[in-house]
Design a protein around this ligand. Structure first.
Ligand code: SF4
Length: 353
């Protein structure tokens, strides 16, 4: 198990639930816009927010925003150690730096001393695009071993400055390399790990890469906090992060819908029915979650041959026939209704649950 750290009240590592992160993309210097976006991401389920701090004005804006938002704020710093120090003085709950681009060890030490003073965590690490020249020449190219070794060596830079309130990240845009690198890294350190697939792209490719890359690591027991990085609205990063956690069983889904793939026995428009069921159940799911109601499993099946059997595990279900269908409760037939009444019947049962 990894060590546990505290990022502004959110525990990371040591068995704490895997937390969801995202990053703002408004101009950090525009405090109103920053607060608005952080609030929007918080509503979507973001638990830790990272903010780029490219100049002093941004560091000050982060300080103002920090007082107005409900989740921990992480300052993302590159190149200038004075910005890291200013961000910490302005109340950042954690900073993310790459010691390799901060410059001399004296500058890195100045940042570490300031973090020590406030006891805030530092996230260090590398992406496949930011490996040092030394590491590249040692390994010949970007490899899983080079990434893992870089992560461990950036940790050591800070550990040697007598600070271990650390999180590490080593992200690649290559899913297989990302996985292999983390398998090596977990043997090298017990610091908590921030996982994700870097530069995964637009949703078209980025979602599938993130699901495979992050999901596989979580199932292998690796990852203490995560970000789905998409070329998209950050709210979607948060939504997909939550869905990944639900899919691997690390978060409870309020309503899970299972539906069959259709086949030659399907005599109703199951594709439309299943989509309509998912759409209508989405808002009911949000309400049930807010009310703390039990999680539900709903089955939308194409036929009565396999439908009841396949939906036995479900709380409620429907199975299609020719122009009509069956409604099930816990695998038992409740009634037979016309095809165009199936979804209404299902929704009524769920709403009354
Ligand atoms: Fe085919 Fe029926 Fe199975 Fe759906 S539930 S895949 S329609 S056999």
């Amino acid at each position: 198990m990894t060590k546990q750290i505290n990022c502004g009240g959110v525990l990371i590592g040591g068995g704490a639930p895997v937390s969801i992160q995202s990053m703002t993309n408004v101009d950090t210097r525009d405090t109103d816009a920053l607060v608005r976006q952080i609030d929007e991401l918080t509503e979507a389920g973001c638990e830790i927010i990272r903010v780029a701090v490219p100049d002093m004005e941004a560091a000050e804006s982060l300080g103002r925003a920090k007082k107005l938002v409900r989740i921990p704020v992480v300052a993302d710093i590159h190149f200038d150690h004075k910005l890291a120090i200013a961000a910490i003085e302005n109340g950042a709950d954690k900073i993310r730096i790459n010691p390799g681009n901060i410059g001399s060890i004296e500058k890195v030490k100045a940042v570490v001393d300031k973090a020590k003073e406030r006891n805030i965590p530092i996230r260090v690490g590398v992406n496949s695009g930011s490996l040092s020249k030394e590491m590249l020449s040692k390994h010949g190219s970007v490899t899983a071993a080079a990434l893992a070794e870089s992560g461990a060596s950036t940790l050591k830079v800070i550990e040697d400055l007598d600070y271990d309130n650390l999180v590490v990240s080593i992200k690649s845009s290559n899913v297989k390399m990302n996985y292999d690198a983390h398998m090596i890294l977990k043997e090298l350190t017990d610091h908590p790990v921030h996982i994700g697939i870097t530069e995964s792209g637009t949703p078209r490719n980025g979602i599938i890469k993130s699901v495979a890359g992050i999901g596989s690591l979580l199932l292998a027991g690796v990852g203490d906090t995560m970000r789905v990085s998409l070329t998209d609205d950050p709210v979607n990063e948060v939504i997909w992060a939550r869905r990944i956690l639900e899919t691997v069983g690390m978060r409870q889904k309020a309503i899970e819908v299972v539906s069959c793939p259709t086949c030659g026995r399907t005599e109703i428009d199951l594709i439309e029915l299943a989509n309509e069921a998912e759409d209508r159940l989405e808002s009911i799911a949000a309400k049930r979650k807010a009310e703390g109601k039990r999680p539900l499993k709903i089955a939308v099946m194409g036929c009565a041959v396999n439908g009841p059997g396949e939906s036995r595990e479900a709380d409620y279900g429907i199975a299609g026939g020719r122009g009509e269908g069956l409604v099930f409760v816990a695998g038992e037939i409740l009634k037979k209704v016309k095809e165009d009444e199936l979804i209404d019947e299902l929704i009524r049962l769920v709403e009354n649950d």
